[in-house]
Design a protein around this ligand. Structure first.
Ligand code: NAP
Length: 373
């Protein structure tokens, strides 16, 4: 049952168990030599903030490894902000992080949460004031009620954006955007093909591609999803099997797709390869079936397929800051306008994390599971 985000009655009673820590001061370009320290002007506070979070001391199965704990949030240092987290989703990457199988290894003990949306409580940055809302562009351990981060690692949100949708903005919409742009955006009317069409990324691909005039083939595991994804804007939604592949070949006139987006692996990834045109690019960005790719030699020799990977984190960390922020401004505007949405299954408090994890494998899960701490 979805909960109101501002319902204080649903917050667990907290018992601070840590010393108040002052975060280390950091030098920021905008502070250099200007003597800017005006903590009064920057809404600072030295009051301790009782908080709670999920933590794991050893990698392993999330349901066995995670614990709920209370702590006292640090006081923000220069250039930092204290953020009250409004919502943070559970992504496959978060589970892999706890399991120890993700591209970033945890420094233990660690709090998961690769993304989320929060409200500024106190600010030691001229760029934010209390009440501003933002998402975290860097990993910020968002499965917590509060966190202290560098203000320059935040992206300020437009007013009136739904906090649940905003909490899911950083990862999946940007991944879909990168998939459509990294190898050169296909022209309007061209085809892209994807598996895991019902995933949050898959839905974002469908919505973005439709708005750009690019046509999509989306493969899914369950027939009941086909009308729903077609209504979302999918041009062709098919079952992920050999019959689905044959139907896609008929519709596309053979292997004519410009790009393929693989989040599954194994036979499903190979089916996508068979729909690519000569020189087409096949991106692997997920491995939901946990099965490796098996690539027939001929697809490389005679069709020169380009097999690549994509990790949105690498782009966020390495692309020019202005480019990253421009893409998020575009995506945030789409989300605020209701044109780029991800379904929400349920929201949970941190202390009921076992129920949240249980929803992930529920047969009728209908979207993302989020913490609203
Ligand atoms: N590389 C990156 O930067 C990046 C960024 C974002 C996401 N990802 C990856 O992209 C994938 C999708 O993420 P998401 O958050 O969009 O997922 P999600 O919304 O949680 O959906 C998971 C999807 O995977 C499908 N699935 C689950 N188990 C499967 C299996 N054994 N075989 C085939 N399909 C299976 C589900 O099918 P049903 O709909 O039938 O349940 C669903 O469509 C994940 O692997 C994630 O790690 C990577």
């Amino acid at each position: 049952m979805p909960r109101r985000l501002d319902d204080e009655r649903l917050r667990p009673a907290l018992a601070p168990d840590r010393l108040v820590l002052r975060a280390p001061a950091k030098t920021r370009p905008w502070q250099g030599g200007s003597g800017v320290s005006g903590s009064a002007a920057m809404h600072s506070s030295t009051a301790a903030t009782s908080a709670s979070r999920l933590v794991f001391h050893q990698t392993g199965v999330p349901a066995d490894s995670l614990q709920w704990e209370s702590f006292t949030a640090p006081v923000p240092g220069p250039g930092e902000v204290l953020v009250r987290i409004l919502a943070a989703p559970i992504n496959p990457a978060d589970l892999n992080f706890v399991e120890g199988t993700y591209g970033v290894k945890a420094t233990l003990p660690a709090t998961p949460g690769v993304e989320g949306c929060g409200e500024i409580v106190t600010s030691e940055s001229p760029d934010f004031k209390p009440g501003d809302r933002a998402i975290f562009l860097r990993r910020a351990a968002t499965w917590a009620t509060h966190t202290v981060v560098d203000a320059d690692s935040l992206f300020k949100l437009p007013p009136a954006i739904d906090p649940l949708q905003a909490a899911m903005l950083k990862v999946n919409p940007a991944t879909a955007w990168r998939l459509l742009h990294r190898a050169g955006r296909p022209a309007a009317g061209e085809w892209v093909v994807q598996n895991a069409g019902n995933s949050a990324v898959g839905r974002c691909v469908i919505q973005l591609a439709r708005s750009l005039g690019i046509r999509t083939v989306s493969f899914v595991r369950r027939p009941e999803l086909i009308p729903e994804l077609e209504a979302l804007g999918g041009d062709l939604v098919l079952l992920d099997d050999e019959e689905g592949l044959a139907k896609a070949k008929d519709a596309l006139g053979g292997g004519t797709a410009a790009l393929a987006f693989n989040a599954v692996g194994g036979e499903s990834a190979l089916r996508l390869m068979n729909l690519l045109r000569e020189g087409g690019t096949h991106f692997t960005f997920g491995a939901m079936a946990k099965r490796p790719l098996s690539v027939p030699n001929g697809l490389l020799i005679f069709r020169d397929l380009q097999l690549r990977g994509l990790w949105v984190t690498r782009w966020i960390e390495n692309a020019p800051d202005a480019e990253v922020r421009a893409v998020y401004a575009d995506l945030a505007a789409r989300v605020a306008a209701g044109a780029l949405l991800q379904p929400v299954d349920s929201t949970h408090t941190l202390d009921t994390f076992q129920a949240a994890l249980g929803r992930l494998t529920a047969p009728l899960r209908a979207g993302k599971v989020l913490f609203t701490p």
